[in-house]
Design a protein around this ligand. Structure first.
Ligand code: SAM
Length: 269
């Protein structure tokens, strides 16, 4: 099979990857035919997915700005994805040039492109790791080198936890990362909730993801809220992405269409 020049050797380009499908939904070019085909199957069922991806990125941008304004200078972005417009380090360092960011992703394409983008940047780095192995992330020498766990750290889990089924214990993984953080740290996350989508469409969409490198799992508000155990939710709490501290004047009509429950919590003390 033809392997484009930018693809690392050790990847499976026969199976759709959720990172590359998301890149395609956002208009990126780091995806293969197999990803585009799966993405089109999703789009045939849910044509609004690109708008949802954009609403999710907009939440991420507002969350990072909020965190920088709150004085946070260290970011651990897990499930960071293939670099796109408005990456976390770009948003944070625009306002706080000293901000430090470590990106974490399982996807080799996401990691390879992040490495390329970050070459020569000594405040931002990327590691290939798995959220299901939180202890390895927290102990990783690159993470420890760049982030000082005696100072507040913002952990970003944006549009990633819905790729981890309960059998892989995502709540325990988040709790384990929380326990490594000092007071004043934050958790920002978004998570898909598709319970209001027509059951037939929902199942058809889930079947496409079943063929990808990740399983998709929707969770309700109570299950998503449980990821914030030990944190105090920042106003306005856990809401649809466009409703989380919208920019003044923005139109938030139909916010539930985003399907992304979004929120931020702070560790007390
Ligand atoms: C939908 S993208 C989200 C990217 C970015 N956080 C955003 O919201 O724009 C999900 C990302 O999570 C990554 N991912 C999925 N499962 C993961 C896991 N267990 N550990 C780390 N990353 C994971 C995928 O490779 C993909 O890049």
């Amino acid at each position: 099979m033809h392997r484009p020049g930018w693809a690392p050797e050790a990847i499976d380009i026969e199976r759709p990857s959720v990172a590359r499908m998301y890149d395609y939904f956002l208009g990126g070019s780091h995806n293969f035919a197999v990803d585009r085909e799966a993405a089109h199957q999703v789009l045939a069922i849910m044509p609004e997915v690109p708008l949802r991806a954009q609403a999710n990125r907009a939440f991420l941008r507002r969350a990072v700005r909020f965190l920088v304004d709150a004085g946070v200078r260290q970011f651990l972005d897990i499930g960071s994805g293939i670099p796109t417009v408005g990456n976390v380090h770009e948003i944070a360092q625009q306002v706080a040039p000293a901000a430090r960011v470590v990106y974490v992703d399982t996807d080799p394409i996401a990691v390879a492109h992040s490495q390329e983008l970050l070459a020569g940047d000594d405040q931002t780095s990327v590691i290939q790791e798995d959220l299901r192995a939180p202890d390895r992330i927290v102990a990783n020498p690159v993470v420890r080198d760049l982030l000082d766990f005696r100072e507040p750290v913002a952990v970003l889990l944006v549009a990633v936890l819905h790729f981890i089924p309960d059998s892989d214990q995502p709540h325990a993984a988040v709790a384990s990362i929380r326990d490594a953080l000092p007071p004043g740290s934050y958790l920002a996350l978004s998570h898909a909730n598709i319970e209001d989508i027509d059951a037939h469409d929902r199942e058809a969409g889930e079947r496409v993801y079943d063929r990808s490198d990740s399983t998709f799992v929707s969770r309700d508000t109570a299950e998503v809220a449980r990821f914030f155990d030990g944190f105090t939710l920042v106003e306005p709490g856990l809401v649809w992405a466009p409703l989380w501290r919208p920019d003044p004047g923005s139109n938030t009509t139909g916010a539930e269409q985003s399907i992304m429950l979004s929120g931020m919590g702070r560790l007390g003390g």
